[in-house]
Design a protein around this ligand. Structure first.
Ligand SMILES: Nc1ncnc2c1ncn2[C@@H]1O[C@H](COP(=O)(O)OP(=O)(O)OP(=O)(O)O)[C@@H](O)[C@H]1O
Length: 312
């Protein structure tokens, strides 16, 4: 901007990836990738193994140099941020620390190196619920505690933007529930939260938006519900009735396509549940079940990425 004011993107902590490409020898790990990540939302960064998620995050954090394209956080490249730890926190892999160092000392060492006040170590530990284990040695931490310590380290600078690479890996259901609540809370505070994962069912519960990639390329991005809804296979209706033949005949007048399942239910495409209910009522057909089945993110993801993972 010409008036010297920060652009809205700079103020907001928006992430913008534009034409981003990384070529390793013959592998196009990331291939002309463009997407945006909005503040105040949790964005799931999804893709099968080898899709290029980690490489993209590493380019965002200036740990890998792009072959082409740009990645900016709040309007600036990571390398151009004046005080990056105060803008961006990242958890790239399960936290590692000196084995015989305590959790609190691990964080204090990072604070000292980053020029942050010492009390941020206590605050960050409190934030992730590790205060009771502050003086225990890292080697005695469970995987879940190590993940929390990694998040505490990322939060030391109270950053506007948080990026996590597969944070749910190896966590038990309680740990995953905690992580979900923690990240949702950060987004509710207006922060930008970008989480990579191949755990699609988890993303369906956690994310507001998804960016789906395969073989380094963008497959789909948008709000979770929109991405699911955009699939060709929209909602279908499952029906159970002791008068299946009569219902199939009645639905024939509504342009519906009906399949019979092995367990005797009918799957109806092309019409919604109220239409099926009305058709049944008009034909005096007794119904035992009438449900709308929506494709879940797992199904959408597999359909969108199938075949692409094996390209290279
Ligand atoms: N340093 C490197 N040298 C050569 N090839 C690499 C390097 N880093 C990544 N790749 C390749 O780039 C592609 C993308 O890898 P990347 O780790 O970014 O994928 P990912 O989506 O994070 O996968 P995963 O879920 O398995 O971690 C893969 O084919 C990988 O083998």
């Amino acid at each position: 901007m010409s008036d010297g004011q920060p652009s809205p993107a700079a103020a907001s902590g928006q992430i913008v990836v534009s034409g981003l490409t990384k070529v390793y020898r013959n592998v196009r790990a990331v291939d002309n990738l463009s997407f945006t990540v909005e503040p105040g939302r949790v964005t799931g960064f999804l893709g099968p193994n080898g899709a290029g998620k980690t490489t993209t995050l590493r380019m965002l954090l200036n740990l890998v140099t792009p072959t082409a394209g740009t990645a900016t956080i709040g309007g600036r490249r990571y390398a151009d941020l004046t005080d990056p730890v105060r803008h961006v926190g990242a958890v790239l892999e399960a936290s590692s620390a000196h084995k015989s160092r305590t959790g609190i000392n691990h964080l204090r060492v990072i604070c000292a190196a980053a020029g942050l006040p010492k009390q941020r170590a206590d605050e960050a530990l409190e934030l992730v619920g590790l205060t009771p284990a502050a003086k225990r040695k890292f080697k005695g931490y469970s995987l879940g505690m190590r993940q929390r310590l990694g998040i505490a380290a990322a939060m030391l600078g109270d950053p506007q933007v948080l990026m996590l690479d597969e944070p749910a890996n190896g966590l038990d259901p309680e740990g995953i529930r905690w992580m979900r609540g923690f990240l949702r809370n950060l987004a509710a505070q207006g922060r930008t939260v970008l989480v990579s994962s191949h755990l699609l069912s988890e993303m369906q519960l956690l994310a507001d938006d998804v960016v789906i990639i395969a073989a380094g390329r963008l497959v789909r991005q948008g709000p979770v519900e929109t991405v699911i809804g955009s699939m060709a296979e929209s909602a279908r209706v499952r029906v159970r009735t002791p008068q299946a033949d009569e219902l199939v005949a009645a639905l024939g007048e509504h342009d519906a396509q009906v399949q019979r399942t092995e367990d005797g239910a009918l799957l109806v495409d092309g019409v919604d549940a109220p239409t099926v209910g009305r058709a049944a009522l008009a034909a005096k057909v007794e119904l035992h079940e009438l449900t709308t089945e929506r494709p879940d993110l797992e199904g959408v993801f597999l359909e969108l990425t199938s075949g692409k993972a094996a390209i290279r």
